[in-house]
Design a protein around this ligand. Structure first.
Ligand SMILES: O=C1C[C@@](O)(C(=O)O)C[C@@H](O)[C@@H]1O
Length: 227
């Protein structure tokens, strides 16, 4: 089922969900003050994060909490296996609403779902997939997660147009984004074309090409203001 092309773009504006990604718990209050849909804790980038830390965060935050452990193969700093991944996250899971799970850790998806957590099934590549590869990846991610997230690396302008087309045609919900700073301008356009989620920062980017949440909101407001 593709995006409902009959809906006005302004309707899409209300569907867009901004996630602020942080790599240090000291950034949490600044992120929460921007009132994002969710805050992502990049556990692979943090020195320490304890259940007590998350209990304190939960007491003052009504938004959604997303836990992410990004592998080194997909752009992060976690080099452990799936069982180490589970050990790293299990004591923190009670405080989370959502968990990002890469395919290599997906053998634990049923356990995460049994704890009533929403799964963002993610894949990050430094390549630009063709249509079949994108569709196959989307289908595989949907076998274990409610929200597939596909982050790719456009190499030329034609790839940017192609990626927008994949996003329009993909089943929803989906998160489609890009790696690197070369095509950062695609991030808001992917939102407009049907990606339901955008990762932003609130002062400390966790990835190249991220916009501050206020920038992203303003770009989207200007892009859609005539709708
Ligand atoms: O996968 C993503 C997207 C991201 O890499 C970005 O480019 O904004 C930031 C990560 O923290 C997040 O888990």
């Amino acid at each position: 089922m593709g995006w409902n092309h009959n809906r006005p773009l302004s309707w899409r504006w209300f569907q867009m969900k901004y996630i602020i990604s942080i790599n240090d718990l000291s950034q949490f209050d600044v992120a929460a003050a921007e009132d994002p849909w969710a805050i992502e804790l990049r556990l692979d980038l943090m020195e320490a994060c304890t259940p007590a830390d998350l209990q304190a965060i939960r007491s003052g935050w009504n938004g959604l909490l997303l836990l992410t452990i990004r592998s080194t193969d997909e752009g992060g700093r976690f080099a452990g296996d799936a069982d180490e991944w589970k050990r790293r996250i299990e004591l923190l899971l009670p405080y989370a609403d959502m968990v990002d799970i890469e395919r290599r850790f997906s053998l634990h998806a049923d356990w995460v779902r049994s704890l009533k957590k929403t799964i963002i099934a993610s894949y990050h590549t430094e390549e630009m997939p063709d249509s079949d590869q994108f569709s196959l990846c989307e289908q595989e991610l949907r076998t274990y997660g409610e929200i597939p997230k596909i982050v790719v690396s456009p190499k030329k302008n034609e790839d940017a147009v192609t990626l927008l087309g994949y996003t329009i045609e993909a089943e929803k919900p989906i998160c489609v984004s890009i790696m690197g700073s070369g095509y950062a301008w695609l991030r808001p356009l992917l939102l407009v074309m049907g990606s339901g989620y955008a990762y932003c920062h609130a002062g400390n980017a966790t990835a190249l090409g991220q916009y501050h949440i206020r920038e992203m909101r303003e770009i989207i407001r200007l892009l859609l203001k005539s709708q």
